[in-house]
Ligand binder design. Sequence first.
Ligand SMILES: Cc1cc2nc3c(=O)[nH]c(=O)nc-3n(C[C@H](O)[C@H](O)[C@H](O)COP(=O)(O)OP(=O)(O)OC[C@H]3O[C@@H](n4cnc5c(N)ncnc54)[C@H](O)[C@@H]3O)c2cc1C
Length: 425
Amino acid sequence: MSILREMTGKVWDLIVVGGGLTGVAAAVAARREGLDVLIVEKAGFLGGAPGTLLINPFMPYATTVDGKRFELSRGFFTELRGLLKEAGGYVDGREDIHEEYVKLVLDRLVWKEGIQPLFHAVLCGVEQEGEHLTAVRVVTKAGILTFRGRYFIDASGDAALAVMAGCPYHLGRPDGLCQPMTLCFRIGNVDISTFQKHRQEMQEKYKQFQAEGKIKNPREDVLIFHTLVDGVLHFNTTRVVKHDPTDPFDVTEAEMIAREQMFEMYDFLKNNCPGFEHSQLLYSAGEIGARESRMIDGEYLLTETDLRDCVQFEDAIAAGNYDIDIHNPEGSGTSHYYFPEGTWYTIPYRSLQPRGADNLLVAGRCISSTHEAQASYRIMPIVVTLGQAAGTAVALAARDDIGVKEIDVRKLQETLVQNGAFIGI
Ligand SMILES: Cc1cc2nc3c(=O)[nH]c(=O)nc-3n(C[C@H](O)[C@H](O)[C@H](O)COP(=O)(O)OP(=O)(O)OC[C@H]3O[C@@H](n4cnc5c(N)ncnc54)[C@H](O)[C@@H]3O)c2cc1C
């Protein structure tokens, strides 16, 4: 039998849509509980944002308890950091990650675990009987393929599967605006120590050029990170506002605007800023990054108040304390709410449960929450913990052949903790 016929002919225990960090975490957790798992991914690699959008580094995921560092994102996230470090794509403390190593370690991991990835496969349809999903359809080079499954996890970032299945959702803020989109890029051959010495001066010059109309990018400053490669800096600084990340024409225009901003920034740095005299523009991401798009209206809508109050949900499955970091959806400015040291919020299992589906969970940046809450939990360390929780929950449901909302949440929490996770309560 051809491999294609074998893969399309069977009923998978779990189909994960989206092979980003969330999707891989979900797949690994479910596989380790014995499930047969397929990941469908539109790119040609696993890991999502680091590879597709050039996202780097891991944002902060720890606080201080009794004077000691206390990590809030653990479990599979700790394992992932270990794998990356061993391969040479991550350095403890710096939190910079190298996207090529992310791709490599995840290839090796799914291979070792016996998870089936399918690259260059874009979700284009769903089959369902009422609230029960039975199959997904994906566009591939071999045409449209149908894969049948018992359970499904939507780790697409955009809630693509949940929306196709008719589950309720919202886009961004109540007025429909989302956080800005950003095309990340890299500049090489930078004299890093000279750049560091003149960093503040560069920021002041940027503001001056903006005031004089020489820089069109509405972002208030230049957002730069180091990388693991000598002389190479990472730029997370283009800003395109008032474009809908789920409207393909808006995304097309946003990418063209962001590309202009990238060249504007490079010219500014090269011609005006010490350290960049011999610099070279290297490359931009393959697609513009959406910090936020659709979020499901699930069984519980996580809010800013829940986060600020550090609510300890009874059905908590993850914890976080990254600041509520809102890049202004309308133009210049970024607002922050920082959590007091030693505190964290929790994320309830109900926020991963879409309404209107009994064998589907949603994980990653599109769980059920408001714009403000999403601005905190959307970072890579936290979405990985959501993926692990979703995969573990599906495994428990599959064992008893029940709906994902019917599982024993205590058992889910116990299993997560046994597997190294911190759930915050
Ligand atoms: C510009 C920007 C800067 C950021 N900076 C940081 C940072 O510095 N540090 C940090 O920790 N976080 C950062 N974040 C946030 C973080 O990167 C993301 O929120 C997080 O990685 C989302 O993970 P995810 O798995 O939910 O989605 P993704 O990583 O986007 O994964 C979703 C996967 O699903 C696939 N997919 C999507 N649709 C389909 C479909 N229809 N069919 C098949 N496959 C599909 C995609 O190709 C992708 O691989 C940033 C985000 C952006 C956009």
